[in-house]
Design a protein around this ligand. Structure first.
Ligand code: 13P
Ligand code: SF4
Length: 359
């Protein structure tokens, strides 16, 4: 479809606030391509009463240019539940769009590219969870939101990386047990196990982006930049988290950088995180390795505009599955928001290794 691609003075003025945020990440030449799309997306959004929920891993022009709500998986789910828009465009991956649809069955939920998957979501099926439940009768099933609606439907409560410890402890208490099934991310499960006395049964799934980070990456950073503070996502392997200064969800990392304003910081996570925060924290230098999520990167300004104009690609879920999945997601949303530590310098990560039961 042909769109208006002219970088007119009007487009320049309309997109000036976003440009101010991204000008150190995006070249003026690139901006001349992005800005007309941003102006059109924002116009069509208003006309259609649509809202764009953008994950922290979106590219800066999406994150700052068209995202109405930006945040981590938990924040996006909460916002979907609260939104009164008619259409939700999920600038993120498919499981996030499904979560929005589960929470908002009467809204049209669109994903700009149906191929935007996730290695964790594709690591397990609803049938797998049914077998796990047969093997461990009576144990609550806590499922990471990075799963399909089919899997969520077999679940007692969902969690994200922001609240996994809180949810596991809640489930153990509610069920009156000392062991909880936490699937499908092995590394998130190990990370949770190191922070609670509850025993964990886990699944051998992993995030293809975070599993690639190694302790050597961190050791190299420590030598090259001795003063840098190193933050890692809980989907990283245990030894990487142990070597970092802090582990937290993408929202917790943002909060850390905004509150503590380290001179130099390494974000052991997806590459767009640093680019997106950078606009809000002048003076903080982002250094070090990052890995790109190929699924998140399928979402572009152009396919967001296509999604809005053509109202494609609609995410649908069998209502019987959605109803069961909603119980699990809603239970999580109804818990109080996770406490974000006020003094991050006290939050030296993890510590001890704790065994989990891996199926
Ligand atoms: P957050 O919930 O921390 O945003 O993580 C989502 C995700 O997909 C990380 O890989
Ligand atoms: Fe899935 Fe990892 Fe990509 Fe997040 S970063 S969407 S967990 S593959």
């Amino acid at each position: 479809m042909a769109y208006d691609v002219e970088f007119t003075p009007e487009v320049e003025a309309l997109t000036a606030p976003a440009w101010a945020k991204v000008k150190d990440q995006v070249t003026p030449l690139e901006w001349r391509v992005h800005a007309p799309l941003i102006a059109q997306i924002n116009r069509v959004k208003r006309e259609k009463n649509a809202v764009i929920l953008a994950h922290n891993y979106m590219t800066p022009e999406i994150f700052h240019g068209v995202g109405d709500y930006v945040g981590d998986s938990l924040g996006l789910a909460r916002e979907a539940a609260r939104s009164d828009a008619k259409i939700i465009v999920q600038a993120g991956v498919h499981f996030m769009a499904e979560t929005s649809k589960v929470l908002c069955p009467d809204k049209t939920v669109l994903i700009p590219d149906l191929r935007a998957g996730c290695s964790l979501a594709s690591s397990i099926t609803g049938a797998d969870v049914r077998l796990i439940k047969q093997r461990y009768p009576g144990l609550p099933v806590v499922t990471y939101v990075n799963t399909t609606a089919d899997v969520k439907a077999e679940t007692d409560i969902c969690c994200t990386s922001a609240n996994a410890v809180q949810v596991v402890e809640w489930a153990a208490k509610e069920w009156g047990v000392d062991k909880v099934i936490l699937i499908p991310d092995e590394y998130l499960a190990r990370n949770v196990a190191a922070q609670t006395d509850i025993k964990i049964v886990a699944w051998k799934g992993s995030c293809e982006v975070h599993v690639r980070f190694t302790v050597d990456d961190i050791a190299e950073m420590r030598v090259a930049y001795p003063g840098a503070e190193i933050l890692a996502h809980p989907e990283c392997p245990e030894e990487v988290l142990n070597a970092a200064d802090f582990a937290g969800s993408t929202a917790a990392m943002t909060d850390y950088v905004e509150k503590r304003r380290p001179k130099q910081v390494v974000l052991i996570t997806e590459c767009s995180m640093a680019s997106n925060i950078a606009g809000d924290v002048p003076g903080v230098q982002f250094i070090g390795p990052c890995n790109m999520c190929p699924h998140m990167k399928r979402i572009t300004l152009r396919n967001i505009l296509d999604a809005l104009v053509k109202e494609q690609f609609e995410v649908t879920i069998d209502p019987a599955i959605a109803d069961r999945a909603r119980l699990a997601v809603q239970r999580m949303i109804d818990l109080p928001p996770p406490a974000i530590p006020a003094r991050y310098d006290l939050v030296k990560a993890r510590g001890h290794h704790v065994d989990i039961e891996l199926i």
